[in-house]
Design a protein around this ligand. Sequence first.
Ligand SMILES: Nc1ncnc2c1ncn2[C@@H]1O[C@H](COP(=O)(O)OP(=O)(O)OP(=O)(O)O)[C@@H](O)[C@H]1O
Length: 487
Amino acid sequence: MVRVQQLTKYFGSTCALDRVDLAVHAGEVLAVVGHNGSGKSTLVKLLAGFHTPDGGAIDLRGDGTEGTELRFIHQDLGLVGSLSTVENLALGSASDGPPWRRLRKAAERAQAIELVAQFGVDFDVDALVQELSPAEQTIVAIARALRGWDEERDVVLVLDEPTAALHGSEVDRLMAVVRRVAERGAGVLFISHRLDEVLGVADTVLALRNGGVVGNLPCSETDYAGLVELVAGGAVEELERRTAERGDAVLRVKALRGNAIRDFDVTVHAGEIVGVAGILGSGRDEVCGTIFGGRRRTHGTVRLRDNDLAPGDLRQSIRRGAAFVPGDRHQHGAVMTMTAAENLESVRVPGVQRRWQRVRKPEEFREVAEWFAACGVVPAQPEMPLSQFSGGNQQKVVLAKWLRTHPDLLLLEEPTQGVDVGAKSVIHQLIVQTANQGAAVLVASSEAKELAQLCDRVLILADGVVVDEVAGTDVTEARILHASVPV
Ligand SMILES: Nc1ncnc2c1ncn2[C@@H]1O[C@H](COP(=O)(O)OP(=O)(O)OP(=O)(O)O)[C@@H](O)[C@H]1O
């Protein structure tokens, strides 16, 4: 359906895509994997026509008479949260329906139910999209992308990391939808860093490294270790289970209440890493921001060592030794139009940065370069705008910004989102190192595997309260997943 030949793209002197060949066939799910900055998003943007290639060709003739249509689901799904599924699906096609408003509305509703039902899922099509789970939102986006598609037409669905923030059970649900789309005869090109999910859903895997193809093979001919090797260029070090001594209590949270949090208590000690798990809407994504002060706190106390943190006072939280990596780097984690170095230095580190500095001193350049190296940010160009880094590398800059403050309290939300398997292990090491140096770490993640690797104990949230806690040898992926999913 799609044949890409010798596709090449340069940004200045950076070769983002280097003579890439690939083909997507009807009924096939092709997964594209690769390290951060390997060229995956550039490939998608070339297919979408957002960038023009510097070489090579994209052939969309397919087998049909009209050629292949490409339909895209980007990471930002592009849905209107304040409208319902019916309204989102009807956007842009209003003129197709009957002329009378009421009849048209009924037709649109019936069409939405049919569109969603064909994916074997069932949810309220009248609910506002912002109230749906992320998996359901992604399904709405897929339904919209495939609107008007019949099996006569050649269609390839392109998904750029659709599962980045999904919990285990939601990933399974979405993967079933992706398979169903392929079974109905569409081609699917699917980008993901979650290698186990790639093996579960894809027929073929294409691996990129530094813009070039380093592997193109059926999934049946590889396994998890093989994919890690292709992405990271070697085996990835297992994180050693920590045996750090637990120190004094650093963070004491009592009766915390916020938007989705109804009642949350936690004490985190120096050297301890505590996880927060739960499905979406459980309050998992709000705990860290509410403690830090970036989210509304309506009740409760937060004490960091001997000081209270006032609600909403971010400067005070930072001054008293708290650091917060938010889940949404575009909105809250970074300023994309600033350079990577400016982002890194946007939280002042006493003794390293002067308050009103304009020109960096040589030692300050060195310090920035050291953090780039420690977190594996590529390209090593601190003066490049952050928007020009790949997603995973942007995430590393946001983490580095906070790690360099040597915080007493490190609050992390989805710390390794969009980060490749090799870099993830480096970041996990850095988090453990920060705890070993005496910080208290609270980490909220949708990935049970990540929590199992990092945490000494994990709190399970449901409906804004802690409903379970796993500790010691019980901190395993299976146990966390089991405890998180409501029965
Ligand atoms: N607009 C741009 N200007 C300059 N360089 C860019 C631009 N967009 C991408 N690049 C560079 O192209 C290379 C490939 O980036 P791309 O976003 O395609 O990587 P990726 O494989 O999608 O990475 P990730 O897994 O982190 O999302 C990177 O070195 C990146 O910095």
